[in-house]
Structures are given as structure tokens and as C-alpha cells.
Ligand binder design. Structure first.
Ligand code: HDE
Length: 699
């Protein structure tokens, strides 16, 4: 696997490798003999006053006092990884001359940071929220940042509304509540007053906002950028990332529980996948619209609250992103990485998308307060190509320019600008005529068509989840002006949706639809569209529930097969120590050491559960409330459940209230039975039964 690239080599200049032989020094390099006792005056019996002269203690405390920097004003909680990007061929050449998008002989190093938006740095990973998907490409022509989200549209159209939106969604000002969620009066109050948010709110209430994994979500550049080709022609472009593993979500109950059981669920999942040899991959596709076609749509293609339906503007897959290396240290890499939408390279440009224009101002600005004016010199942010200019000074300047001149032009003929044909960035010459005014043009004033299109493109279960989410969130609003206004607005999207939600939350129940239904549908909007090309259990977490007396040979066999399919298996038992196998006395003989016990890991953290055979083990599991709860909860969350022999009896006992489930309980009958994702086999048979179990496991 290619994990050593130009950026990793660049970072190695600043990477320190402490060893047991490393000697401890102060920051000014003097070796230290004691860092555990503050220098004080003592007579050997009584504690005396501490001395300020202790430079070693002072340095330690000073450094500690200033360890924190301001967290990001939004997207504070995040996790990052290194990787690479490669294009398949030069098919994008028709649209751009940027080598990063056209030169298939190149491997461009990347750093990606995923984030939630609302919560603080210490909030939980699985909250209902938009996920940031920010990619920094370290190209030979300079850094290019695609600072995107996992949802293709945004709440507002004009950047000037961003502070209002963020104030409204963040914890309320009087009591700093709630953390990591939008289920509160201020958010719903704001979006009730701003119908342009209706479309994005639909996405935020859908399963997209509770991804199973950061590796199983799409990414979108959201804003409209432009591509310029060698002929000087310009196209509008949108960027899409599609995950190789398909798009998958948690169910709400899982997300809620994981918030407490494992608040780091997503960041640990990313690290586990990379370290276990399953680096996540995404395909980059572009949608392009020629300049002449800009006005051929019933929405404005520069409006970030709108998608470009793929049947009108097809997707062109152009390359692959792979994340194959975890960070060495969180703070200097993931915390200090700083993205800017304004960072583009020759061949890529902006559009007049009013949200993008504001973002282009905001990102550079925010890095100054977070990291200081020289933030681009930090190792994780610096480009892998040479940087020369006459910008000087500023706090924490690292560069030493060996020159007598620091201005342009100069008598030494040093550090000159570069003509466009030799690689200098040049803006596209765009003719602009207009009156200076504060306006929202007519096409920016239609807000419900695409909200309807999204809703009506979902599968029935996605719709149900979305309705549940509205009910949950609006029930958390206790100001009736808020939930009445919003349920009223819902009727502009869908009558049945509005009636169901309004009845549940005591909102305004409409008696007829507020408008005609927009007829368009787009199957691409449903996440069901994104099943992986090849069904796979690679990197999926499978729990094997065992107690003393389990069938070890069977477990070893099944585990080997699952490992062969690159799944991550974990033994869960009554204790985290040796669990003795069938026929062995407890306390002696063979067995396997459980990775976790039933209490410390829960079914929510796994994708599938398998219960092996073994009569004593089965009897114990049946008597263990937590084990029974494990199976019930996994079933309720639609996980795949596999069981063999007496293991099937355990599953049967756990699910005995579920109607229509058929079980194959006779040991000796090796046929396989499958119902509602529960797969049972009479006996373990390497060649047939367990193999069938494996095939069905992804559910
Ligand atoms: Fe951001 N956004 N944003 N945003 N955004 C920030 O920049 C801003 C918007 C997004 O992992 C901030 O470095 C404005 C859309 C991501 O470091 C800040 C507007 C999209 C990240 C900022 C938007 C995003 C940020 C805070 C409206 C999806 C995390 C810290 C005009 C395409 C990047 C920072 C990371 C972060 C401003 C809207 C995505 C304040 C003004 C639309 C993924 O500069």
C-alpha cells in the first residue's frame, strides 16, 4: 500500500521519533534531572515555600497553560487521515487543464478531515448532524481544498446569513443548551423563518445525518465551482465523492445509544479500518454545465440550496481517493489543518454562487484567529511545491528569506510573477454588467420544488425515518410559535408528512395540501442507490457471543472464514479473560480469551452477531440477561444474526416474541434457515453451512 507520499516525506522534516534512549530536555535544550518536584525551601521535615526561580517547573506549567487554541467556530469536532488521489485517465481534459484532475501518471497526496458541525470539540460522533468532508490536495501546482459536506445542499443561499444560521443552530445563548443537536427552539425558529432551508432540513432529518461510518457516506463540494480548459472555455462544475462501501446509516436508536456508549465511534471506526488493511475509498465524479447552458434549468445553478438532478446533468467519474494512513499526532495534524475554499489551482475557478463568494472570505479569516497569520506555514498546511513571495513577518514566522529585497519589482530581478502560459494563475475573464444592490434574483426565490423531489425520491423506510426525525426534533421545541410555524411550512412540502408530524407534535394540522406537488423524482437522492458494487463484509465488525462450553473448533473455523473476508471479529463473553471451550473444565484446558465482556461493549458497536454451538455455553447465555438483550437489540437494529446448533436456541429464546421467524433447532440437521436477517444452521460444516452464513451476513 502506498502510504509514503510527497506530503508524508515533507511532514517527516518535523516528525520527532522519541526512543527509550531519548534524553529529556527543557525547550531550550538543557538536559533535566528532575521534573517531578518543584524547587522549594525545605528543612527535610516540613514542606517549605515553592520558588519561582524554578525555570523547569515554570516552563512545564506555562506550556500546559497555553496548550489549547480556539476550537473551530463550526465543525469543531473532527477526525482526519492521509491518503492519495489518482485520476483514472485524462477524460476531464475536455473541461480543465488542471493536472490534478487530468494527469493519470500522478498520485496527489491528500489530507481529509471529517467533522460534525454543531457540537463542540468534545461532543459525540453519532449525533444527528451534517458531516464535513474537507479534502486538501497537495498538488505540484499548490494546495487545492475542496471543503465539502456529506449533504449536497446547504441551509442558506447567501453567506451574509451564515452568522445568523450558526447562532441559531449552536447551543442557545442563555444556557448553552443543547450540545451536538439541532433539536431546540432556536434552530427550528430560524429555519421556520427561512424557507430556503426547507430542502437542506429534509436532508438533515434523513438518515444521511446519522452515518454508520465516515467511510460509508458521500461527499459533495456543494458550491458551484468552474473548470477552465486549454482552449480557455469555462464550465460550471459540482464535485461528488461516492464511497466504495456504499452509503449506510445507523438507525436513530443506535445513534442515541452510541452517543453515550462510545462517543468516539466514528473516529475509532476510521482508524480501525485503516489499520486493519481496509483503507476507505471514494470515487470522485463531476457534473459539468457549459457556460451557454447556465440558464437552462428551472432553478439557478449557482444556488447552493439546489442539487443538479443527475438525469439532467450526468455524473462523470474521474478519479479515486484513498485514505490509507492515520495521523501520528492529532493536534499538529487534524487540529491544525486549515482549509480554504479560496484555495484553488490553475484550471479551477469560482462561480458567482453567493455562498461560495462569502466562504472565500471567511475561511482565511477564521484561520487567523485560530492559528495566527502564518497558519499556511504549519507543516500540515504547507504545500509540497516551492513557495516564494514577498509576504513577510507576522507572529510565528518560520521562513528565513536570504535576500536584500522584499518587494516587487526589484533590481535583483528576484521572485517574479509567472505568465499564465507558464503556470501562473489567471482569473477567467468574465463579462459582468449590473447595478450594485442587495437582491435575491427570481430563481433564488423558489424553495420547495427540490424539497418535494427529495422526499418523493426516498424509499418508504427512508421516509419513515425522516418523519420520525421531524417528530423527535419538533417535540424538543417547547415554544409553540416555533413548532406551529414549522409544521405549517411542512405542508408546502408534503401534505401527509405535515399531517403526521403535526398530529404527533401538536402542530398545525392542515386540511389540504398548500401547493401542487413538483413531479420530478431522482433515484440518486435515495441512499439505497449506493449499494456497493460487490457486496462485502470487509471491515465490518462481527461479535461472537460465547460462554464457557462453546464449540471452539467451530468458532475458530467461522472466525478464519470471516477474517478471510476481511471482517473484524470480536469475541464477547461474560468476562474479558479465557472462556473455556466445550468439554473442558472451567479453569483448565483450552479456550479463547474474550476481547470484551457483555457489559463493556454493546450490540450497537457491531454490524452482525454470531452465536456458536455448545450446550453449556448456550445454557449460560440463555440465563444471561445482557446476552439476551444483545441479540434482541441487534435484531431490532436490523443487524444480521447468525447461529449454529445450540446457538440457534439462544437466538430463538431471545427472539421468541418475533412472529414468523423460523428456526432450525435440530442439531444434526445441517440445513440453513434464514428469516429477517437471522441465519441459523443445524451444524457447523466448513464447506456448506457456515459459508452460507457468511454470504448472507452483510444484510
Ligand atoms: Fe464552512 N466554515 N462555511 N461550510 N465549513 C468553516 O472554517 C463558512 C459551508 C465546512 O475540517 C470555518 O476552518 C461560511 C458550506 C467544513 O477544518 C468557517 C459559510 C459547507 C468545515 C466556515 C459556510 C461548509 C467548515 C470554521 C457560508 C459545505 C470544516 C473553521 C457562506 C460545502 C473544515 C474553519 C475543517 C468550516 C465558514 C458554509 C463546509 C468559519 C461563511 C456550504 C467541512 O470559516
Amino acid at each position: 500500500m502506498l502510504t509514503d507520499n510527497a506530503k508524508i516525506k515533507d511532514l517527516s522534516r518535523d516528525t520527532i521519533h522519541p526512543t527509550p534512549k531519548s534524553q529529556m530536555t527543557t525547550d531550550h535544550g538543557v538536559k533535566m534531572s528532575d521534573t517531578d518536584h518543584w524547587l522549594s525551601v525545605s528543612n527535610g521535615t516540613d514542606v517549605g515555600p515553592a520558588l519561582l526561580e524554578d525555570q523547569i517547573a515554570r516552563e512545564k506549567i506555562h506550556r500546559f497553560d497555553h496548550e489549547r487554541i480556539p476550537e473551530r467556530v463550526v465543525h469543531a469536532r473532527g477526525t482526519g487521515a492521509h491518503g492519495y488521489f489518482r485520476v483514472f485517465d485524462d477524460r476531464a481534459k475536455k473541461y480543465t487543464f488542471a493536472p490534478v484532475l487530468t494527469d493519470s501518471s500522478r498520485t496527489t497526496p491528500v489530507f481529509v478531515r471529517f467533522s460534525t458541525v454543531q457540537g463542540s470539540k468534545g461532543s459525540a460522533d453519532t449525533v444527528r448532524d451534517v458531516r464535513g468532508f474537507a479534502v486538501k490536495f497537495y498538488t505540484a501546482e499548490g494546495n487545492w481544498d475542496v471543503v465539502g459536506n456529506n449533504i449536497p445542499v446547504f441551509f442558506i443561499q447567501d453567506a451574509i446569513n451564515f452568522p445568523d444560521f450558526v447562532h441559531a443552530v449552536k447551543p442557545e445563548p442563555h444556557n448553552e443548551v443543547p450540545q451536538g443537536q439541532s433539536a431546540h427552539n432556536n434552530f427550528w425558529d430560524f429555519v421556520g423563518f427561512r424557507p430556503e432551508a426547507a430542502h437542506m432540513v429534509m436532508w438533515a432529518m434523513s438518515d444521511r445525518a446519522i452515518p454508520r461510518s465516515l467511510r460509508m457516506m458521500q461527499g459533495f463540494g456543494v458550491n458551484t465551482f468552474t473548470l477552465i480548459n486549454e482552449k480557455g472555455e469555462r464550465h460550471f462544475v459540482k464535485f461528488h465523492w461516492a464511497p466504495e462501501l456504499g452509503v449506510h446509516s445507523l438507525v436513530w436508536d443506535e445513534a442515541l445509544k452510541l452517543g453515550g456508549q462510545d462517543p468516539d465511534f466514528h473516529r475509532k471506526d476510521l482508524e480501525e479500518a485503516i489499520k486493519s488493511g481496509c483503507p476507505p475509498k471514494w470515487t470522485l465524479s463531476i457534473q459539468v454545465v457549459a457556460e451557454k447552458d447556465e440558464h437552462n434549468f428551472d432553478f439557478d445553478i449557482l444556488d447552493a440550496t439546489k442539487v443538479w438532478p443527475v438525469d439532467e446533468v450526468p455524473l462523470l467519474p474521474i478519479g479515486e481517493l484513498c485514505l490509507n494512513r492515520c495521523v501520528d499526532e492529532f493536534f499538529p495534524e487534524t487540529e491544525q489543518v486549515a482549509f480554504c475554499t479560496s484555495h484553488v489551482v490553475p484550471g479551477i475557478g469560482f462561480s458567482n454562487d453567493p455562498l461560495l463568494q462569502g466562504r472565500n472570505f471567511s475561511y482565511f479569516d477564521t484561520q487567523i484567529s485560530r492559528l495566527g497569520i502564518n497558519w499556511e506555514q504549519l507543516p500540515i498546511n504547507r504545500p509540497v511545491c516551492p513557495v516564494f513571495n514577498h509576504n513577510r513577518g507576522g507572529a510565528m514566522q518560520h521562513r528565513i528569506n536570504k535576500s536584500t529585497v522584499n518587494y516587487h519589482p526589484n533590481r535583483e530581478d528576484e521572485v517574479k510573477t509567472v505568465p499564465p502560459l507558464e503556470g501562473g494563475y489567471t482569473e477567467f475573464m468574465e463579462k459582468v454588467i449590473g447595478l450594485k444592490q442587495r437582491v435575491r434574483t427570481p430563481k433564488f426565490q423558489e424553495h420547495y420544488n427540490q424539497a418535494q423531489m427529495f422526499y418523493h425520491s426516498l424509499t418508504p423506510y427512508e421516509k419513515q425515518h425522516l418523519i420520525n426525525a421531524y417528530c423527535f426534533e419538533l417535540s424538543h421545541c417547547d415554544d409553540e410559535r416555533v413548532y406551529k410555524r414549522y409544521t405549517d411550512l411542512l405542508n408546502k412540502i408534503d401534505f401527509d408528512l405535515a399531517v403526521t408530524v403535526a398530529r404527533k407534535v401538536n402542530g398545525v394540522v392542515p386540511d389540504k395540501p398548500a401547493r401542487e406537488t413538483y413531479p420530478k423524482r431522482d433515484s440518486y437522492l435515495s441512499q439505497a442507490f449506493f449499494a456497493p458494487k460487490e457486496p462485502t463484509i470487509a471491515s465490518r465488525r462481527i461479535a461472537i457471543l460465547i460462554a464457557d462450553g462453546f464449540n471452539e473448533i467451530e468458532v475458530q473455523g467461522v472466525r478464519a472464514m470471516l477474517a478471510g473476508a476481511k471482517a473484524n471479529c470480536f469475541l464477547i463473553g461474560p468476562r474479558r479473560s479465557k472462556i473455556y471451550s466445550e468439554g473442558q473444565a472451567v479453569g483448565s484446558g483450552t479456550g479463547l480469551v474474550a476481547d470484551h465482556h457483555f457489559e463493556d461493549q454493546r450490540s450497537t458497536m457491531f454490524d452482525a452477531v454470531y452465536v456458536p454451538s455448545g450446550s453449556e455455553h448456550a445454557k449460560t447465555l440463555m440465563k444471561t440477561g445482557r446476552a439476551i438483550h444483545w441479540i434482541r437489540e441487534a435484531f431490532a437494529h436490523c443487524k444480521s444474526i447468525g447461529a449454529i446448533g445450540e446457538g440457534a436456541s439462544v437466538v430463538h429464546k431471545a427472539l421468541d416474541t418475533v412472529e414468523h421467524l423460523q428456526f432450525n433447532l435440530n442439531r444434526g440437521d445441517d440445513s440453513v434457515t434464514s428469516s429477517y436477517g437471522v441465519v441459523t444452521a443445524g451444524t457447523y460444516n466448513v464447506n456448506s453451512a457456515a459459508t452460507d452464513t457468511l454470504k448472507i451476513a452483510p444484510g
